[in-house]
Design a protein around this ligand. Sequence first.
Ligand SMILES: Nc1nc2c(ncn2[C@@H]2O[C@H](COP(=O)(O)OP(=O)(O)OP(=O)(O)O)[C@@H](O)[C@H]2O)c(=O)[nH]1
Ligand SMILES: [Mg+2]
Length: 461
Amino acid sequence: MEFDTIAAISTPMGEGAIAIVRLSGDQAVEIADSLFKGVGSKRLSEAATHTIHYGHLIDPKTGQVAEEVMVSVMKGPKTFTKEDVIEINCHGGLVSVNRVLQLVLNQGARLAEPGEFTKRAFLNGRIDLSQAEAVIDLIRAKTDRAMNMALGQMEGRLSRLIQKLRQEILEILAHVEVNIDYPEYEDVEEMTHQMLLEKAKYVKGELEKLLQTSQQGKILREGISTVIVGRPNVGKSSLLNSLVHENKAIVTDIPGTTRDVIEEYVNVRGVPLRLLDTAGIRETEDIVERIGVERSRKVLKEADLILLVLNYSEELSEEDRNIFKAVEGMDVIVIVNKTDLPQNINLEEVRELANDYSLVTISLLEDKGVDQLEEAISSLFFSGAIESGDLTYVSNSRHIALLSQAAHAIDEAISGVEIGTPIDIVQIDLTRSWELLGEIIGESVHESLIDQLFSQFCLGK
Ligand SMILES: Nc1nc2c(ncn2[C@@H]2O[C@H](COP(=O)(O)OP(=O)(O)OP(=O)(O)O)[C@@H](O)[C@H]2O)c(=O)[nH]1
Ligand SMILES: [Mg+2]
């Protein structure tokens, strides 16, 4: 495939020590060379690949030095896009990096679209679609685990698994083909059915295993959505601050301080949490606070984990009980805060309400009990398979949808064989699941199925 040469600023906008303008395409080296003046008369086009060069960019219009730079020359195909790639390291100011970009655009590069470098890596066959998607996940990763998961997917973990399953389906299809070609041999038919069922059930089992990881995969990717709820002034915002080890949320002794939902990402003993601090739930006349309370109720519904905070120094109120009712059936940790103050809460009553939820008593003021809370959070989530790091996780909703459609198609094929549906109908379902899986890695062209079938299996033999 042939493409024009694209360029973009590859570092975040803002002030930094350095910024990078990246170019990719046939003209990349030539464009950089037309601007670059290195030490002596060295040309970038003569430079060895994967080397870096100090020099200046000269504006061809004025002949003036435009910027002091380090230029990396990376010739295809061993580059991110498989094309020739140039990276110009310049000073990290907005004016400087924009000036460099403008210069390369003036010399004939085109401004890249978002994601276009990665798209080229895909179109040039260096990575498949699921790997390209992993690049995005990697950039957006908010937790260690999310990052590891994206790295695994980028390295092609999911792709290899999908390819293996597609291979299995191809083999089944090859046998079906034999069956259609030689219908007169009865034992061929019997053998085919037997083997078809066996293999199809295996593939279905594998697909289901993958789908089972998807819930966890999503959690690893996005963090466990954890909502801190409670009456006003019980210490919800203090709890958020304590867990993220920073004063992110405003804390005052005025009930109704938090008006909006505050979101922070934090790792609690390896468990990635998306922490949401909410407005204290109570009946209120204040319009702004009321909107906040409404929002609290809304985020409650989408939570994976609830941290329900009570006040040790006050009696349980009707509002507290209502909050217990609102979170019924969810994963809840009950936190009784302010144990440094005189006790007015009836802990027996709390235990009854908490039922089989875990219950911890803490004092955020004295920093007591936070350890136990962290312990409670991590034990909730490390009881399952989430810890085993070598599972291949599926977290992308496009992948999840395709996987479950493919599993459904395989299912149809299996029940088709079992009730004696003509084999060419079964073949349609199998082919469909093969194609659906192909869509995950971005290769699903009907012709390639035919090509592959004939190149890999000698049916006439
Ligand atoms: N004595 C004592 N005071 C605490 C403790 N934790 C928090 N506080 C105080 O309780 C008050 C309310 O704390 P916040 O964290 O703002 O409470 P909140 O639940 O977020 O309140 P709203 O946002 O109004 O719903 C503040 O004055 C805190 O300093 C504690 O463990 N002991
Ligand atoms: Mg608050």
